[in-house]
Write a new protein. Structure first.
Length: 214
């Protein structure tokens, strides 16, 4: 996340982020048979009972609501993987790699496919703990911005929700620093100009001209 350019940074709503996350691919296990479905975003299927296939999350949720499939929990949502991520988040100042929409994906699965998630309560708890640790890191980063003048901030591996929270604050802060810097530069230039010695009316060789001899 680097320098500010304009003040058009606006936060997305949670519903808008969730809508974007619904295009992420997940694996389902259908219990029906059907030829491939054709959508603007692509073709998905064929659907064969007990044969896993990948579909967008929005389609997986729609089929799950109708009892037409189960949704396979993404590998990163296992207790083992999440435990590893949480430990790494706590031990490092860096943000650990997670799906860009990990918050929205997990929320959709918790809402619509809770029966398909092994150890759901542990998974939910781990994700909440990971969010808390990452939010603390974000707070530390924002504190640095508020106390020190910096014109670029690099927060690698932020998720969509985290970037959405940070963007408006960082953009406004960097714009303020830029304006302050520009103002101080103008003042410094004026100060230097005022300290330049006044030119005297001298002749071709630097002698005082006869106009000043009275």
């Amino acid at each position: 996340m680097a320098g500010a350019s304009g003040s058009n940074a606006s936060a997305f709503s949670a519903a808008e982020l969730e809508f974007l996350a619904e295009d992420e691919m997940v694996e389902i296990v259908p219990n029906f048979r059907m030829e491939p479905l054709n959508f603007i975003s692509g073709d998905f299927g064929p659907f064969i009972p007990q044969m896993p296939t990948e579909v967008p999350l929005w389609l997986a949720v729609s089929l799950r609501k109708r009892g037409k499939c189960t949704i396979r929990t993404p590998e990163w949502m296992s207790v083992e993987k999440l435990t590893q991520v949480l430990e790494a988040e706590r031990d490092s100042e860096k943000f650990q790699p997670l799906p860009f929409h990990y918050v929205e994906i997990s929320r959709l699965l918790f809402d619509h496919a809770r029966e398909d998630i092994p150890d759901i309560y542990m998974v939910r708890s781990l994700i909440e703990d990971i969010k808390d640790v990452r939010f603390h890191k974000i707070g530390t980063g924002l504190e640095i911005i508020s106390k020190e003048r910096t014109y670029a901030l690099r927060l690698k591996n932020l998720s969509a929700m985290e970037a959405n929270i940070v963007r408006p604050f960082v953009t406004k802060a960097l714009e303020t620093f830029h304006k302050l810097s520009s103002s101080e530069m103008i003042q410094e230039t004026d100060h230097i100009s005022n300290r330049q010695p006044q030119a005297t009316n001298r002749g071709p060789r630097g002698d005082i001209s006869s106009d000043h001899l009275g």
